[in-house]
Design a protein around this ligand. Sequence first.
Ligand code: SF4
Ligand code: SF4
Ligand code: SF4
Length: 321
Amino acid sequence: MTSKISRRAFLKGSITAAGSVAATTTIARAAKSIAKEDQEPLVTLIDISKCIGCEECVYACQMVNADKYPDPEKPFPAMFPKRVPVQDWSDKTDVVDRLTPYNWLFIQTAMVTIDGEETELTIPRRCMHCDNPPCVKLCPWGAAKQEDNGLSRIDSDLCLGGSKCKSVCPWHIPERQTGSGIYLDILPSLAGNGNMHKCDRCYNRLEKGDQPACIEVCPEDVQTIGPRSEILKQAHALAKETNGYIYGEHENGGTNTIYVSPVPFDQLNKSIEKGKGKPHFKKVDDMMAQGTNIAKAMVIAPIAGIAAAFGKFYLSSKEGK
Ligand code: SF4
Ligand code: SF4
Ligand code: SF4
């Protein structure tokens, strides 16, 4: 525990120092204009071959986002319907080998053969920030939203924890914490018994012109963030130079996260541990191109807008009390 605290203290220093430099870059300026309508989406390139698996990004993410994590009320009310499982991570906040409501980024490992040699690859995994995110388009409560710079995030104050975002996400990224969120006040026995959490691309750091913490702290410069056209150009150049492979450009209709790997992604997918909180690397069709999802999104959009407005009104009136 002591080592984690001192490590975090170190990270805090390094993030602050790096932030002052990064804020002057073109990329940081692009990041700052979070609400500019005509901007290109911000895309991240992740060069898997550079990652050494040190997990500094993981702890940096936890440190800068700690105040967004759920703080559940216990004991939990009875689940309704009863089949809804209790998902309580509040006593397991030190779990870093998978995604949880308290860990939005983890390092996946894969044993692969490169040039005849067994090699371990380490891969940062988090939300892909899809171009056309089903988690946003199909959230019935308007709690998930997409910014003009392409990032998607879940407003945990508005989320009712029904887990729709997780079930429609091709990688099942969002994670639920029971016993937290607005449902405790307005729908204690009707909604999802908690709220959902995932990487929000450090939207509040981007707003200030700072880079996401996981990018800034990485000692190996594994990730690069910038406008889509620039990053795609870089990704293709890197893949060509290294005979590498690309993931994320076309998956789910395109995402704002582009991985470049020295081995094919079906090989990586076979080797990684997959399952709860551990996303796959399979090919993914465009979820929102499916007729049923287009129709659902059209029905949900106005209802979600009303639900979000009601939620915001409720929260502001509660604060005013
Ligand atoms: S992405 Fe960077 S900080 Fe994260 S584990 Fe890899 S090398 Fe370390
Ligand atoms: S990866 Fe999943 S959670 Fe992330 S934006 Fe896409 S659909 Fe949403
Ligand atoms: S972008 Fe921010 S929230 Fe997302 S994984 Fe990186 S540090 Fe965590």
